[in-house]
Design a protein around this ligand. Structure first.
Ligand code: MG
Length: 452
């Protein structure tokens, strides 16, 4: 059997414009998607972030869909969650978001959505890859070509709906600084906060695909300006998005960037019940959820896995420590704008963000990487799966859904997981005490180095 080249990674197709992401590829993906959903008279929503290559990729994808008999609903420049929500609400057969999320300006990408607002799963992506590879398309006749409609006014409905859903109290205005990275959240995130009655100050809120204000990855290195501004203006909170605004990270009223795991835990506590997160998230979530009678399910890394598990297990909320959060009471697409509104809501309800974060217990943590050639990873990981648990005598649970994660009787845990892109195997561990962490670290390192 011929092997079909992989186009999709952990979050859609992603790469440098003109190298991996060419207009020819975009056209073929659109034709393949059209064939997959049934072609004639099907509807597809398209949105894009602020990247300079976004509009021309949108042009060819729209052409490929219409050429295959589909109608196209154009949102224009919007955050990723607007595509998910519009696909659901407009009863479209699929959604396309043209974005490279937090990657630099020269990158772009394509992410696909189902009619229920859920991202494409791996088996669906494999089908699209096969259609693209075999150029198996259905091109229609001149009198069957689809039409293109502009639905950019849908943004207004989306804003109204997330503000209503957030439960935010407009009579309790807080001072909020929001940093949009000049990405897709630029107009809508400040607009949503204003419509919710908040006193809003913006940073990098002019759409610009060269990202002149800061890099689109919302991490400590890129959020210095936001942290300073929150403190200087005595704001209640700072919010930051990535390039397509499916993520949100908060800065507390003292100008400190939140611990990502603790922020996720604050939100999860608001929902209770069953919450879903990934194998690399901290046990601070489990501890808090146990206290309120809830429980935590874990999935492989990637928001699609979290979404699938929420669906299957009737989860109330889910997210990754990266700030990608899913709000199933609204839509199954990760939503950085709704996440921002809801964090503001917790401050209205529970008081200062720093106090809420301080109240979450957490343990000492290590994150290390051990060099391992890509070609050896598979063999190494099969030995880890078979033998790693034998190194310990207080094992409570072993998860092998993505790497090997062992949790211990006292809630300490360790994860050995190969990097998807780099020649490393990562060790992540959290210990209830520093002594336990030191012993886990020593055992894991020796074990892994011995195999490699
Ligand atoms: Mg993103």
């Amino acid at each position: 059997m011929k092997s079909i080249p992989k186009l999709f990674g952990t979050s859609g197709i992603r790469g440098k414009y003109q190298e991996e992401i060419t207009l020819e590829l975009a056209l073929d993906v659109a034709r393949a998607l059209a064939k997959y959903i049934g072609g004639k008279n099907k509807k597809v929503v398209i949105g894009r972030d602020t990247r300079t290559s976004g509009k021309i990729i949108e042009n060819v994808m729209s052409a490929g869909l219409q050429q295959s008999g589909c109608d196209v609903l154009l949102l224009g420049m919007v955050p990723t969650p607007v595509v998910g929500y519009a696909t659901l609400k407009k009863e479209a057969d699929a959604g396309i978001m043209i974005t490279a999320s937090h990657n630099p300006s020269q990158y772009n990408g394509i992410k696909l959505w189902n009619s229920d607002g859920l991202a494409y799963k791996q088996d669906q992506e494999r089908t699209i890859e096969k259609l693209v590879y075999e150029k198996d398309f259905n091109i229609v006749k001149w009198n069957e070509i689809g039409k293109e409609y502009n639905i950019s006014s849908f943004k207004d409905k989306y804003i109204d709906d997330i503000v209503a859903k957030s439960g935010i109290n407009p009579l309790k205005p807080l001072k909020v600084v929001v940093d949009c990275a000049c990405g897709a959240g630029s107009y809508l995130s400040p607009e949503a906060l204003r419509r919710a009655g908040m006193n809003v100050i913006t940073l990098n809120a002019q759409p610009d695909g060269s990202f002149p204000g800061r890099r689109p990855e919302p991490n400590e290195a890129n959020l210095g300006e936001l942290m300073k501004t929150v403190k200087a203006l005595n704001a209640d909170v700072g919010l930051a998005h990535d390039g397509d605004a499916d993520r949100m990270i908060a800065v507390d009223e003292n100008g400190n960037l939140s611990d990502f795991d603790k922020l996720l835990t604050i939100m999860a506590k608001e929902f209770g019940g069953t919450v879903v997160t990934t194998v690399d998230a901290s046990a601070c979530l489990d501890i808090q959820m146990q206290k309120i009678g809830g429980n935590v399910l874990r999935t492989p890394v990637g928001d699609v896995h979290v979404a699938e598990s929420i669906n299957k297990n009737k989860g109330t909320f889910g997210g990754e420590p990266s700030g990608t959060w899913l709000h199933p009471d609204f839509c199954m697409c990760p939503d950085g704008l709704l996440s921002g509104l809801r964090i503001v809501r917790t401050i209205q309800k529970n008081g200062k963000l720093s106090k809420q974060l301080d109240a979450i217990e957490n343990y000492p943590t290590i994150r290390q990487k051990v060099t391992c050639e890509n070609s050896k990873k598979k063999t190494v990981m099969s030995i880890v799966e078979e033998k790693f648990e034998e190194e310990f005598d207080d094992v409570k649970e072993i998860l092998t859904i993505d790497g090997v994660r062992i949790s211990f009787e006292d809630d300490s845990w360790v994860l050995i997981r190969p990097s998807g892109t780099e020649p490393y195997i990562r060790i992540t561990a959290e210990g209830k005490t520093q002594e336990h962490l030191n012993s886990i670290e020593k055992i894991s390192n020796e074990f892994l180095n011995n195999i490699i």
